[in-house]
Write a protein that binds this ligand. Structure first.
Ligand code: A2P
Length: 278
């Protein structure tokens, strides 16, 4: 598995196994084990997915030493603030059955449409994450779904975000956010790189995929990598889990990258951090 580098020097495996919408059941335990046996070493979890116990069982049973895995989780919106974040972190560690995380993210920013003192809320959450990082309980810290104005409020802190995990797939490029992250040394991770699977029925994408002898899913994942966005495809289907990591043996041409960049968005979640009501 190839790796990318975070601004604090830590290596992060270039494709992660997504677990959003995976059930809290044996299906996810099996999915995590299948992913690790295919070669994934990076698993993306979150408290709100409600499946961290199953993800943890998969990790415990996968037969790979903990230090060879890269495990991410996220603090949910209801747990914002200093004390709540510390408590949420302990709950996530216990559910996953781990004693440290590789990466911990603020799942969504507190935003001005809902909170008058949104910057203060994000800063107090961030302060807790910074202390956990300095105590060695997390190897890297970051955010998710932050736009440039949310990020800007965190850039003067003692430890700056190393990752911003955003929705990113053909038809949804979030160029302003990606540019801001690049200029500030923040690695972009792509959630729903397949547009929650819906982008895969795009005939133009399928045609490009045929040209490379690859699937539309593999083209989406490779397209993320060539944009230097770290893809986190979700699947509980063993054949797809394997397919989604077989993306290191081809390169999308500049012309095809451009065509994919220009595709319409019909797989997006429609979620805007400045409008969501959760
Ligand atoms: P499943 O988990 O049943 O295999 P995203 O990562 O963009 O959110 O997309 C996840 C969705 O795409 C899930 O419904 C998943 O289904 C489906 N999916 C994942 N990988 C593939 C693939 N290689 N081919 C087709 N569908 C896929």
């Amino acid at each position: 598995m190839q790796t990318m580098k975070l601004s604090n020097g830590i290596a992060i495996p270039s494709v992660g196994y997504g677990t959003w919408q995976s059930p809290d059941s044996e299906i996810t335990v099996t999915g995590v084990k299948a992913a690790v046996s295919c070669g994934y070493r990076h698993i993306d979890a979150a408290a709100i997915y409600g499946n961290e116990v199953s993800v943890g069982k998969g990790i415990a049973a996968c037969g790979i030493p903990r230090e060879d895995l890269f495990i991410t989780s996220k603090v949910w919106n209801a747990d914002r603030g200093y004390d709540q974040t510390l408590a949420a972190f302990e709950k996530t560690l216990s559910d996953l059955g781990l004693d440290y995380l590789d990466l911990y993210l603020i799942h969504w920013p507190a935003a001005s449409h809902r909170f008058k003192r949104w910057e203060e809320i994000n800063l107090s959450t961030w302060q807790a994450m910074t202390e956990l990082y300095k105590a060695g309980k997390i190897r890297a810290i970051g955010v998710s779904n932050f736009k440039p104005h949310h990020l800007a409020a965190l850039m003067k802190t003692e430890v700056q975000p190393q990752v911003n995990q955003i929705e990113f797939h053909p038809g949804f490029l979030q160029e302003d956010t990606v540019r801001y992250c690049r200029e500030n040394g923040i690695l972009v991770e792509a959630w729903s790189p397949l547009g929650t699977g819906r982008m895969l029925s795009n005939p133009e994408l399928q045609e490009i995929a045929r040209h490379y002898g690859k699937s539309a899913a593999q083209v989406c994942i490779r397209w993320c990598l060539q944009h230097e966005a770290l893809p986190l495809p979700k699947s509980v289907t063993p054949s797809r889990i394997q397919e989604n990591i077989d993306v290191f043996d081809f390169e999308i041409s500049t012309a095809d990258m451009k065509s994919i960049d220009l595709m319409d968005n019909f797989g997006g979640s429609g979620l805007d951090p400045d409008k969501v009501l959760f």
